[in-house]
Design a protein around this ligand. Structure first.
Ligand code: GLP
Length: 265
């Protein structure tokens, strides 16, 4: 773990607070780039778990810069996205498939056959089998080397909404009303937001060797406080990360503002 990590007595997860999201994102990208670089030198693949949403955008931007300016190759990288709305067309502007290609994958040299994104186009009766295969594929590659996470205001990681269990694998689930309402602007109204999604499970995520959760801005402060200082509970699935031995929360001061070290100095 990085030696700059401050461990406060009431915090149950290692947490780094940067002056702003640019610096925090550069730190995360640098760590991921060095894992990829090390594996490339040893001719090994790197398995990356990717999040969508605004939070990791600058991490992706910086990784693209590593590729363009510093020659970092993603040819040995295998990617697994966390989640996708269901039902959702791959080419739909609202799909996470579209989002991750637009903001990251189309700008690096990852091989198309190494990209995995939950399929929102599947018929319902094929989804369970597909989800099981998704987890098996990750496991067969030796598990995720690095998982990047954002956090939803419902406490979700991926789309593991309140009620998710530590034993849950990848699956189809119902979205929480907070999540639907947060997505409504992007979809042009609440009635356009899908009510279901396929998400990598908490169990799948916790099997990653290294996890970075990034969160920026005051709107995340309340859930970040619960995830870091609260008890481990299905109500806040990010709190399950307290069970993982190489998870780092990377925050800006606004997202960290409700932590006891600031709220109750
Ligand atoms: C969505 C995604 C999550 C993401 C969350 C936060 O619900 N399923 O994986 O972490 O949004 O999004 P943002 O980073 O835009 O705040």
């Amino acid at each position: 773990m990085n030696d700059k990590v401050l461990v406060h007595p009431v915090e149950k997860v290692a947490t780094l607070i940067y002056d702003n999201k640019v610096e925090g994102s550069m730190f995360v990208a640098q760590n991921i780039a060095s894992v990829i670089q090390r594996n490339n030198e040893e001719n090994k693949h790197t398995v990356l778990g990717l999040a969508t949403g605004n939070s990791p955008l600058l991490v992706y931007k910086e990784l693209i810069r590593y590729h363009r300016e510093e020659g970092l190759s993603f040819k040995n990288v295998v990617t697994f996205n966390l989640d996708e709305y269901y039902p959702m067309g791959k080419k739909d502007d609202h799909s996470y498939n579209h989002f991750i290609f637009e903001n990251f994958l189309s700008q690096i040299d990852v091989r198309p056959e190494n990209v995995h994104i939950p399929d929102g186009e599947l018929p319902l009766n094929e989804v369970d089998r597909y989800c099981k295969d998704y987890d098996d594929k990750i496991e067969s590659l030796g598990g995720l080397d690095v998982q990047i996470l954002g956090i939803g205001r419902s406490g979700h990681i991926g789309f593991n909404e309140p009620g998710s269990k530590i034993t849950d694998g990848t699956r189809l689930l119902e979205l929480d009303s907070v999540t639907i309402s947060d997505a409504s602007e992007g979809f042009g109204g609440i009635s356009n937001v899908p009510t279901k999604a396929i998400t990598m499970g908490v169990k799948t995520i916790l099997q990653a060797k290294k996890i970075f959760l990034v969160a920026w801005g005051t709107e995340k402060a309340e859930v970040i406080q619960k995830a870091i200082e609260g008890s481990i509970s299905s109500e806040v699935s990010a709190s399950f990360l307290q069970n993982h031995d190489d998870t780092l929360f990377v925050l800006d001061p606004a997202a960290a503002s409700r932590l006891a070290r600031f709220a109750k100095p």
